[in-house]
Design a binder for this molecule. Structure first.
Ligand SMILES: [Fe+2]
Ligand SMILES: [Fe+2]
Length: 191
């Protein structure tokens, strides 16, 4: 047996021994390379961001009216559904880390990185959504950099979400490029 193979076998024996210690911590083992509480906090901030995005897209979906807006409404609905899926991915990862997903409505807007902007017409709505996506993109990218190789599973969850947010931003930009065709679609007066 070569020296390297011998070392690897010794490591495996050590890994096996450690796996039996602190079994109550589940997926969280000694080789976890991040500050667990910090990562749970970041994932909860991402979760709050996603909840705010679901609410904003839902509002935009229901409020968007006008002859040119069906395709835009479809886009809002699809984005809302995908943001909700992100909420689920984040909550599941927080549980795996032994944390608790924070769904409390109190302070959710403060915990979120993006903003809840209502928008008064379709252009406003799309622009506000684009701003929120760009904030989410930057904040997830910095979370990914912070986590690095210390927690590859949490990093992958954020990377999957980031990829979708980038697609959302691209969808919104292409809608804005068509703005000339629907800039007169003002929302109906309410109240
Ligand atoms: Fe999202
Ligand atoms: Fe998004």
């Amino acid at each position: 047996m070569s020296k390297n193979t011998k070392q690897f076998v010794m490591d495996i024996l050590d890994i096996r021994r450690r796996a039996r210690q602190h079994m109550e911590q589940g997926a969280l083992t000694k080789t976890y390379g991040c500050d667990r509480d910090m990562v749970v906090g970041l994932l909860n901030a991402a979760l709050a961001t996603e909840v705010v995005c679901v609410l904003r897209y839902k509002r935009h979906y229901y409020m968007a009216q006008g002859i040119h807006s069906q395709s835009i409404r479809d886009e809002f609905r699809e984005h809302a559904e995908e943001e909700l899926q992100h909420v689920g991915w984040l909550a599941e990862r927080i549980i795996e880390l032994g944390g608790e997903p924070d769904f409390s409505p109190h302070g959710i807007a403060d915990r979120a990185h993006s903003e809840y902007a209502e928008g008064t017409n379709l252009i406003d709505m799309i622009e506000e959504d684009l701003v929120a996506e760009r904030i989410a993109i930057d904040s997830y990218r910095s979370m990914i950099q912070y986590i690095g190789d210390g927690d590859s599973s949490s990093r992958r969850v954020l990377e999957r979400i980031l990829e979708v947010e980038e697609e959302h931003a691209e969808d919104l930009v292409s809608l804005l490029r068509q703005r000339q065709s629907f800039k007169t679609d003002i929302l109906p007066k309410t109240g």
